[in-house]
Design a protein around this ligand. Structure first.
Ligand SMILES: C[S@@+](CC[C@H](N)C(=O)[O-])C[C@H]1O[C@@H](n2cnc3c(N)ncnc32)[C@H](O)[C@@H]1O
Length: 401
């Protein structure tokens, strides 16, 4: 079938329309004319893939990875990076308009290096015990031996696993975290854990864990920043693009540069990624984190750096109760966005400043639609944590009306 691509949709698909039929095509770029096949139909939309490019986009580039369009990880390796940023911002604006009925001022995106940025990776394991990713648009697996979005040491480690023909029978997945060294966690049986550890240790893995208290070798990963450090573990949340994460922290600090006596509430603190740098500059930071493993490290990070004005709360954000006046709330929720209770909590404090960091445009738009009745949006910035993929992170700076 042949068609002209009119735009890109969230998910990284080129959109073709023929009469009433809509086609979402992997590998197709705006303004191209393509020959395509259809894989399946879902909710009235036909999903397919490009077979041949009849008229090519000027922004088209050669993908770096041999698994591109076979593996489900990347969507945009065929699109030059500058255009990726333009398209992601465009899609984000459309979603904000459609779901949130809002238009906002966008400032220049925070961008990343194009490849080699991932510091954390989850590999799936197939029935042959081999390292895989999910196939495109599927829950089937594809064996892999390279992944250029991984940081070099992680990609080399993947190659070493395959070169040594290591297999992980009866394991579901292997997650690796990189700082100076690599530590991992694996979903398998207790019996297998020791066997896998012996093999992985030989190719320089420093720790392998099944559960927080069951494993071998190194457990903590230390990430060094200019003025502080953060401990992580194979069970804690970690921003995977360290460089962009640093730019995002700088953006927040720069936005607040004229203030220093603020009381700040960080609603989804993780191990302290934002709370720690904010506590080094501002009067008081209240860091809320509901997961035990993240909270343990948040505590450890506070204690190791002896940060007295960092106050820790191991609760759901929805349940936080404070006597202090709060000047700024920062929220960085999971993809599901803010619950009704979280929005009510923000509005009960009604701080002067609100910063919302989001990794899911649809919930971001849904939440901002409610919040904008009480806050005006100063600006939004695309934060490109995940180049080559459709995943879209953004930060929104708001001020009380
Ligand atoms: C997207 S992560 C962000 C973590 C941190 N801001 C960072 O940059 O590393 C969201 C965090 O919120 C925590 N979380 C999820 N729901 C929560 C809730 N209702 N209350 C408090 N924390 C929550 C998760 O455990 C996770 O650590």
């Amino acid at each position: 079938m042949e068609g002209e691509v009119i735009s890109l949709a969230f998910g990284g698909y080129g959109v073709v329309k023929k009469g009433k039929d809509v086609f979402f095509l992997s590998g197709a770029l705006p303004d191209e004319i393509v020959d395509f096949s259809i894989d399946f139909k879902r909710k009235g939309v036909n999903f397919g893939v490009v077979k041949k490019i009849i008229k090519s986009s000027e922004a088209r580039v050669k993908p770096k990875c041999k698994y591109f369009l076979k593996c489900g990880g990347c969507n945009f390796q065929n699109l030059n990076y500058e255009q990726q940023l333009i398209e992601k911002e465009k899609i984000l604006k459309e979603i904000l308009k459609k779901i949130g009925n809002l238009e906002a001022r966008f400032e220049k995106p925070i961008f990343s290096k194009e490849y080699g940025y991932r510091k954390k990776v989850q590999f799936e394991i197939n029935d042959e015990g081999k390292i895989c990713f999910f196939k495109r648009n599927s829950n089937k697996l594809i064996e892999i031996n390279e992944c250029p979005v991984l940081s070099k040491p992680l990609e080399l480690f993947l190659k070493r696993i395959n070169k040594n023909n290591l297999k992980f029978f009866d394991a579901k997945n292997l997650t690796l975290y990189l700082s100076k060294s690599i530590v991992g966690r694996i979903e398998t049986t207790e019996e297998n854990l020791l066997k896998f550890w012996r093999n992985l240790k030989k190719i320089s893995l420093k720790g392998l864990w099944l559960k927080p208290k069951k494993g071998f070798g190194k457990y903590l990963i230390k990430r060094n920043f200019e003025k502080y450090f953060l401990y992580h573990s194979p069970f804690s949340f970690m921003q995977i693009n360290e460089e962009v994460n640093k730019f995002l922290i700088d953006e927040i600090l720069n936005y607040l540069k004229d203030y220093n006596d603020l009381n700040i509430l960080d609603g989804f603190a993780g191990v302290g990624n934002f709370s720690v740098p904010l506590s080094l500059k501002f009067k008081n930071v209240f860091a809320v984190e509901n997961s035990k493993s993240n909270f343990y490290l948040l505590q450890r990070n506070k204690e190791d750096m002896k940060i007295e004005n960092l106050n820790l709360i191991n609760k759901n954000f929805e349940e936080v109760d404070l006597k202090e006046r709060i000047d700024l709330i920062l929220v960085d929720p999971p993809r599901e966005g803010l619950t009704k209770g979280s929005i009510e909590k923000i509005l009960s404090f009604l701080p002067e400043f609100l910063i919302y960091i989001s990794c899911e445009p649809s919930t971001f738009a849904r939440d901002l639609k409610i919040i904008k009745k009480f806050y005006s949006i100063e600006y939004i910035k695309l934060v490109d944590m995940f180049p080559q993929t459709y995943h879209t992170e953004a930060v929104c700076f708001l001020r009380k009306l």
